[in-house]
Design a protein around this ligand. Structure first.
Ligand code: PLP
Length: 409
């Protein structure tokens, strides 16, 4: 059991906004004091660059930066620290994989995605496919977002050894379905393709073991797991990561270069971290991971499932609410109020100090699956309570055209 009252005290946002029911954790999460303190400490007491200065403070900060890499590696059970690249977020990480593979992709190769992917896991592949003459295709999903393994196999059989990459979200940001990544990895590897996993909505909420799941590349963001904005992670199995073409060049990522354009890059992962990195972000992310570890990822997952079940139980009693994903286990609930435009519902809830997301959630081709462009999304984290849900459900009961129009007058 989590002591949520105690946990809430760790988050200054709750002290500054005691009235707020924050159910937009899929977008970003609040930061505990230990993360804020870590960032402050860096800027106040050790605000120097990493891997560049021959003085004690720079050595100390460099070693703290590498220790943060180790914290991340352990958190996802990477084989070694060198499999962890600091990026600016999941979007950056996914772009680094897509463009990093550009030399390995050939005309008519196939990249498989799903309709439920976030723009960050689609647009970079579109561009790479266009540049290389590759084909993009989609693995069909069931209406709740589940990928059936036989559907995946059919698709891979259809393309034979032409499929080079399968890139999918572990947990979709709209429907919240958790894919069976371990089985998917087995199948994808049998066909000789790479499995890229968008972990933006999974790593913050469930224990992630990249070795057990046999993931080739994993992308996630710090800010969705109590860490700072502007920091994220690209994990890659070392040999695969090492073969990626770096997207960026600059200081810190090269060992030497000459006037003829010859460049000798640093070793992996440093060759992917050109320029001054987000040092405060990396240290803040490590503090967030320590914080999550103290609570326990299994506890977080179990508590979120309990909250989600409670929300579904209460919400499904309302006749004016349509839920799209009642049977998924993550803390994401996608819904609409009958006859109410999703963004009007979001604006109405905002007048009651309830924050949800509404719109297409950057999953702009998902309407192929759920037959609607716009939904509201309530997304939970371990600091939410049943009282939050009660307040939210009570206001959902009031979501009708009249109430939603009245907020504009
Ligand atoms: C599934 C998924 N992938 C990728 C991203 C992009 O994350 P970021 O904006 O932190 O780069 C998001 C953000 O909402 C997401 O939900």
């Amino acid at each position: 059991m989590l002591d949520v009252d105690k946990i809430k005290n760790d988050f200054p946002m709750f002290k500054n906004h005691p009235e707020l029911v924050y159910l937009d954790n899929g977008a970003t999460t609040f930061k505990p004091s230990c993360v804020i303190e870590m960032i402050k400490k860096y800027y106040e007491s050790s605000s120097v660059n990493v891997e560049r200065g021959d003085y004690l403070l720079s050595h100390e900060v460099s070693s703290a930066y590498e220790k943060a890499r180790n914290t991340v590696a352990k958190f996802i059970n990477a084989r070694k620290d060198e499999e962890i690249v600091f990026t600016s977020g999941a979007t950056d990480s996914l772009n680094m994989v897509a463009y990093g593979l550009i030399d390995k992709l050939n005309k008519d190769d196939v990249i498989l995605l799903t309709y439920a992917e976030h723009a960050s896991n689609i647009l970079c592949w579109f561009d790479v496919a266009k540049r290389k003459g590759c084909k993009i295709d989609y693995i069909d999903l069931e209406p709740n977002g589940r990928m059936r393994l036989d559907t995946l196999i059919d698709k891979l059989n259809f393309y034979g050894n032409k499929t080079k990459v399968v890139s999918i979200a572990h947990i979709s940001n709209v429907l919240g379905y958790k894919q069976d990544i371990k089985e998917i990895a087995k199948i994808v590897h049998q066909y000789g393709a790479l499995l890229v996993v968008d972990g933006a909505q999974s790593v913050p909420h469930i224990k992630t073991d990249v070795q057990m799941l046999d993931i080739d590349f994993l992308a996630f963001s710090g800010h969705k797991m109590c860490g700072p904005t502007g920091i994220g992670i690209l994990y890659g199995k070392y040999d695969l990561l090492d073969q990626l073409h770096p997207m960026r060049y600059g200081g810190g990522a090269n060992s030497r270069f000459d006037i003829n354009g010859n460049i000798i890059l640093q070793i992996t992962p440093h060759k992917f971290e050109a320029g001054t990195p987000n040092i405060a972000g990396a240290l803040g992310l490590a503090a967030a991971i320590d914080y999550l570890n103290d609570i326990g990822m299994d506890n977080i997952e179990a508590y979120e499932q309990e909250l989600k079940a409670y929300m579904i139980e209460k919400l499904s009693k309302l006749e004016n609410i349509h839920i799209y994903n009642a049977d998924t286990t993550s803390g994401i609930v996608a819904f609409n109020a009958i006859d109410v435009f999703a963004q009007d519902a979001g604006s109405y809830l905002s007048t009651k100090n309830i924050c949800v997301r509404s719109g297409n959630h950057c999953a702009k081709i998902l309407h192929n699956l759920i037959k609607t462009d716009q939904t509201c999304r309530a997304s939970l984290y371990f600091y939410n309570t049943k009282a939050d849900i009660d307040k939210f459900v009570a206001e959902c009961a009031n979501l009708n055209i009249e109430n939603c129009i009245n907020i504009f007058f």
